[in-house]
Design a protein around this ligand. Structure first.
Ligand SMILES: Nc1nc2c(ncn2[C@@H]2O[C@H](COP(=O)(O)OP(=O)(O)OP(=O)(O)O)[C@@H](O)[C@H]2O)c(=O)[nH]1
Ligand SMILES: [Mg+2]
Length: 292
């Protein structure tokens, strides 16, 4: 059985860093894993892990820019389209791996996750090849400092999930950057600090964070801009009706959080179910509710 994990999410969310830590963790537990680079703009020469499959061997964004005169963004989109037309190249490259775990480091173009056919087509090919696939979607913890930014992250995760229809794990990356204000545990996101008790309301997004309270900024904005207020109300309703998104916290300075994330990935792909039984891992929510 072969497995593929797509590491997705907006630009700079920590995808490549997570991918490298994931590979390190698997190799220390003696599992065979390989890196697949799907980012045509990635600089991989000096990185810790070299990809076994690299989209840049097919086409790089520099080629698209220098030979076809695209700018950086048009060049990237051209690269994905070129790969879509040459999926037999990828299938051939993937053909040589048996019983392996492939980690796909994806690019950070948000269009890829919202409406571009690139990932759905890739997933169809992986399915057809009998490769069990799941996706992780990372957003960075700094999003929690601004609730509007945070909910736009939640909506982008939702739209990507709905687009792909494969097992899906959302990750709140860079949790080491979450600073606590010891003097005022209730200070909340307003001062750039996220109160410990509030973290749970972000990891399991509480749409009521968007509801205006008397005297707060949201209340003032609601008075000044009623349409913004109704949009927020609609988002609150959407998330209440479809609570699809929750996040596992990832703090790379705390190996337990990485292990929890990997356990969830293994579990959703039923990794190793055909092999010898292992110690059952604790898959309940206790792991991240400790942060309450
Ligand atoms: N503090 C902290 N910084 C991180 C962490 N993960 C990544 N970073 C930093 O965030 C920046 C972006 O990380 P990358 O891993 O390159 O992010 P990416 O999602 O692959 O970025 P793109 O491929 O450009 O979309 C780098 O400067 C990393 O060093 C983390 O867990 N904690
Ligand atoms: Mg990257």
């Amino acid at each position: 059985m072969r497995y593929a994990v797509l590491v997705t999410g907006p630009a700079g969310a920590g995808k490549s860093t997570f991918t490298a830590s994931f590979l390190t963790h698997l190799s220390t537990t003696r599992r065979t894993a390989h890196l697949v680079n799907l980012d045509p703009a990635a600089v991989t020469e000096n990185s810790e892990y070299q990809p076994v499959i690299d989209i840049k061997d097919l086409i790089s964004v520099d080629d698209a820019m220098s030979e076809l005169g695209y700018g950086p963004n048009g060049g990237l989109v051209y690269c994905f389209e070129y790969l879509l037309e040459n999926m037999d190249w990828l299938e051939e490259e993937l053909g040589g791996f048996d019983d392996d775990y492939l980690i796909f480091d994806c690019p950070g173009q948000i269009e890829l996750y919202t409406h571009h056919p690139f990932l759905p087509t890739l997933v169809r090919h992986l399915n057809r090849m009998g490769i069990r696939t799941c996706a992780t979607y990372l957003i960075e913890s700094q999003f929690m400092e601004d609730k509007y930014k945070f909910f736009s992250g939640v909506l982008s995760a939702m739209s990507a999930m709905v687009n792909l229809e494969i097992p899906w794990i959302n990750i709140m990356s860079k949790m080491d950057l979450v600073t606590q204000n010891p003097d005022d545990p209730a200070s909340g996101a307003r001062n750039g600090f996220i109160a410990r008790k509030n973290i749970a309301r972000f990891l399991d997004p509480d749409p009521l964070l968007l509801v205006a309270a008397p005297g707060d900024d949201a209340q003032k904005q609601a008075e000044m801009n009623p349409r913004f207020h109704s949009l927020n109300q609609a988002i609150v309703q959407l998330i209440e009706d479809h609570p699809l998104v929750s996040f596992l916290p990832l703090d790379l300075s705390d190996p337990d959080t990485l292990e929890t994330v990997i356990s969830h990935i293994d579990y959703t792909m039923q990794y190793g179910e055909d092999e010898e039984p292992r110690e059952p891992r604790d898959m309940d929510e206790g792991d991240f509710q400790e942060m309450d």
